[in-house]
Write a protein that binds this ligand. Sequence first.
Ligand SMILES: [Zn+2]
Length: 206
Amino acid sequence: MKAILDRARSFKRRVDFESGEYRKLAEGQYPEVLFITCSDSRVIPALITGARPGEIFELRNAGNIVPPYGSPGAGSPGASGEAATIEYALEVLGVQDIVVCGHSHCGAMGALKSGDDLSALPGVDAWLQLARPELAPVLTTASDDPSLPDVAQGNVVNQLAVLRTYPVVRQRLDGRRLRLHGWYYEVDTGQVHELEGDGRFRVHSG
Ligand SMILES: [Zn+2]
């Protein structure tokens, strides 16, 4: 923690906060995209995309899961970080693109695949249960690849489907004011695989 704290304390000195870019941030945020991804420390949206402060609105949790609209915890009505963040991004910030980004070697996907007893982690168990039923077909057929591409990619597809059940998302999709994107990021290679219309993930070299 010490190194992290030291870097935080010196951040202001290391960055040119007198520049116009940073001063402009005080006027408001105009992010282009809502980026939904895992809490995993190896997945850094700004690093992957080269985004600057103000460009990406992030929603992160274990396994990049979108709770089904109206489910317990999803908050309709009620409190849910996910529902609130999605609503704010679309209704207030006017974001027109949402990325759901899964990743390789994901601990949440690993727990789902292994079927381990999670009774000692009741919070994790209950959370992953939101994704488990829809992922069941993939969990039984997934390859033995330890990076779990099949499970993580299947989960991205499923979470995009859940997103479409949110009224605020559906309305914008119907009005062609919103685009949904599925990504799968390999933490050990840096490759971004993009979900295409045929349901497959492909790498496009930049
Ligand atoms: Zn993860």
